[in-house]
Every structure is written in C-alpha cells, then in structure tokens.
Write a protein that binds this ligand. Sequence first.
Ligand code: HEM
Ligand code: HEM
Length: 455
Amino acid sequence: MEFLRDEPHGTVKAYYLSSAIWMVLGTLAGFTGAVELIAPELLGNIPWIVFGRIRPMHTNAVIFGFVGSALIGSAHYIVPTMVRAPLYSERLGKATVWLWNFSVAAGTITLSLGYSQNREYAEWIWPIDVMILAALGMVFHNLLETVRRRKEELLYVSVWYVFGALVFTFFIYFFGNAVWNPSTGSITGIPDGILAWFYGHGVVGLFLTPLAVAIAYYVIPITCRAPLYSHTLSLLGFWSLLMIYTHIGTHHILQAPTPTWLKVIAITGSIAMLLPVATVLINLWLTMRERLPYILGDTGGKFVLAGTVWYLLTCLQGPLQSLPSVQKITHFNNWVVAHAHMGVLGFSGIIALGGMYFILPRITGRPLYSKFLADIQYWLVLLGMSGFFAILTAAGLIQGNGWLNGETVYRVLPEIHVYMILRLAVGTLIVSGAMIGLYNVYRSLYSSGTGRETS
Ligand code: HEM
Ligand code: HEM
C-alpha cells in the first residue's frame, strides 16, 4: 500500500508533517477560543465551536497533535541513531502515524459534535482512548525491537527518557481515562478528581517532559561539538523525575477536599521537582559552556536552548504555585493558563520544533528549505510566548486579588477584558509562526534539489 511505503525515515517525516499541520489547526482553535472570551456572541454561538467545545479541541490538538507528534517523530530518529540500528519497521511506523492522526482528528471532530468525557485533557471518548493506547503500544514495540537489534551497548540517556515516557504514558493514559469504564471514562467523587489529575499532570510531566528532555540531551552535545557534561547527573535526573513527578498530581486540586496527607505529598513533591529539573539544566548548560555561539548558529539548537530557558521558568513557577498560600491567589484564573502555555508551548513545544529543525536536514539529506523562515518562526513564537506569559500572568493576578478581596467573578471580568484583547493580538504571532512553519516543513520535505538556504 502506497501510504505505508517503506522508505528511509518515512515515519519521522510523516510525524513532522502531521505536527506542522496540527500546530496550525490547534492554534487556530485557540485563536477562536480567545475571540469568544472577548466577544462571546460574535461567532453566533455556532454549536460545534462554542467555547466549551473549542477549548478541549485546542488543548488536545496542540498537546497530542502538534507537540506529541513532533516529539514521537524525533524519538523515531534519536533511538535508532543512538543504538546504531535502523528503525525496526518503517511500515509499522507509518501505520502508527496514521492511527495517531486518525485518533487526534476523530477526537477533534467528536468534541466539536459535543461528545466529551468532560475531564481535562481526557475529554476524548473511549474509542479514541483505545486507539491512542494502541498507537502508543505500536511505537513501543517498534522502538523496543530496534533496541533489541542494537550495535551500541551503551544506552544513552535520551533512549532512557524515550522509553520512560512511553511506558508511563501508556499506564497513565489507561488509568487516567478509566478505560475499563467506557460509559463515563471516570470513576466517582473525590477519587475521580485524584485520578483525573494523576493523569492530567502525567500528560505534561511524563509524556511531554521526558520526550522533550530526550531531544535536548541529543541536540545540545552535537550542536556544541562537546561531550555531555555528566552521564551520572543525567541518570540521576531521569530516575528522580520518574520517582517524584508520578505522585504530585494532587497539587492541581489543593482547593478540593482531597486527603491532607495526599496534599502534603503533592506539595513537598512539587518542591522536590527542583532536583530533576536542576540536574537536567545544569548538565545541559555546563555542556554548552563557552560554546554558546555554536548553539545560536544552529537553527534547531537555538530553539532547544530557548526551550530549556522556558523549562527553568516553568519549573521555578511550578513549585511556587503549589504552595497553598500562593495558590490562594493564583488558582482558577489566567495565572495557570500562563503557566500551561509556558510548559506546553514555551518548553516542550519549542523543543519539539527545535528537534524537528535539527533532524529534518539529516533525514532529507539537504538543508532546510529556508533557515530564514525558521528564524522568523522562532521569533514569532518566542515573542508570542513571552507576551502570553506577561499578559495572562497580569490578568491572573488581577482576578486572584479581586476574588480575595471579595469581588465577584462577574465584577472582575471587565477588568481583564483588555488583557483578553492583548492575548488575542499576541496569539496572532503564534498562529502566523505555525503557518510559516507548515510551509517550511512541507517545502523541506518535498522540494527537490537543494534548499534555498543552508541550515
Ligand atoms: C502551539 C501553541 C499553543 C499551545 C501548546 C497551547 C496550549 C494550551 C493549553 C495547555 C491550555 C490549557 C490551559 C489551562 O487549562 O490552564 C490552553 C488554553 C487556551 N489557549 Fe492555548 N496554546 C497554544 C496557542 C494558543 C494560541 C495561539 C491561542 C490564541 C490566541 C491560545 C488560546 C488559548 C485559550 C483561549 C485557552 C483557554 C483559556 C481559558 O480556559 O481561559 N492558545 N492552551
Ligand atoms: C517543577 C515542575 C512543575 C511543577 C511543580 C508544576 C506545578 C503545577 C501546579 C501546582 C499546577 C496547578 C496550578 C493550579 O491549578 O492552581 C500546574 C498546572 C499546570 N502545569 Fe505545571 N508544574 C511544573 C512543570 C510543568 C511543566 C514542565 C509543564 C508542561 C510540560 C506543566 C504544565 C502544566 C499545565 C498544562 C497546567 C494546567 C493544568 C490545568 O489545566 O489546570 N507544568 N503546574
């Protein structure tokens, strides 16, 4: 079958194209949601794009479609390269890309039709959950068989992170979506809240984070032309991430009547998260010491470096906002939306783009179609992300302090109206960046001959 054609790096290419397409569709959905938060009546309450539907369409499309596809795609290049064996099966890889895309598309369409399980990041209905689990299983099988055929004995830390992510994501997804309970996709009461946030937290911390870190560990030493500063530190970071991140999801529901002991674990664990984060950043930044020009001169390297800076900011903010005294002000408002964009776009999304631009020339055998367009996208996304951070954090502080002073939600809304307008304006930069990225990725994959500029 033509669409399962066995070609070198066909799987990685297909993931990258999918990611670029989902970045456009996902950010357009976010843009539509942002319009509705300014002028709720403007779009005439068309049922399939009302805010309650467009919001999960946006979040799932960007998390699984854009960031997820690019990260999984890069894993299909990094693992075979690091173990010095070709990918076990390009056909299986391609079949997985189709299944993954079909799931994200079906999830988006069913959400717009009003079918939802109504739990954050687990909104997709159960047939889609089953397809996502099957796709994860197929990726795992393909990469594991690749590792079994390896010529390199040493498993570099990126390989550890990829497998850690795949195993944990499978189980978190299975339990978090209560897949054995298809009619609701949930259990009941407070235990369901705990389960839902074990999952929601895991999606960012044990799916996006380890895959993004795997890419950073791969790209930075090569770009700097220097060995990794410390392998011991890298494994310390890996195991501490798995040990700590897995059980702190309750920091999302500190305001709910969850057991106190669980809250204490969640809060202390959130502070302890500084350990895995610091090991990664110290290790990567010491690898690139005195070699910054190499990184800045490389398109992919530059994205990855920016992503590590956002990782630091996100993970300084994370422990802070897990403190009940801080969360009294920051919970339930746009402060958290700022943090979410910092983590999912600033950190893992930008690293996903970096991995893609770093690997693309290596799998096509020619330079990127346009380094210039990639640079423009870099600045658009970076400016957009910085704007989101400033605008949404300010709006969140206004909301939180207003409520603390006894104002009603209704009275505070006009005060943040201007921030919602600013968010839309700044969001235009990110949407434009996504469109430029799609054009560049498409031309890099399918333009014959050499690229317009070297990468
Ligand atoms: C690829 C880039 C993007 C990523 C990865 C991303 C990710 C996310 C995530 C994870 C959330 C959930 C936030 C939370 O629940 O705390 C969210 C919400 C949202 N995003 Fe994005 N986003 C992106 C781009 C955009 C753009 C360009 C816009 C539009 C200007 C936008 C507008 C929104 C809106 C309106 C919400 C809902 C906020 C609310 O419920 O108050 N996003 N996004
Ligand atoms: C040291 C690491 C981190 C800690 C301790 C942390 C802590 C937190 C806390 C306490 C919340 C809940 C805030 C509230 O609802 O009041 C939260 C929300 C969130 N975090 Fe983090 N975070 C960390 C890193 C990250 C990273 C790396 C990402 C993305 C890859 C991320 C993505 C998110 C998202 C998407 C939400 C919004 C969830 C929602 O929709 O309500 N976080 N984080």
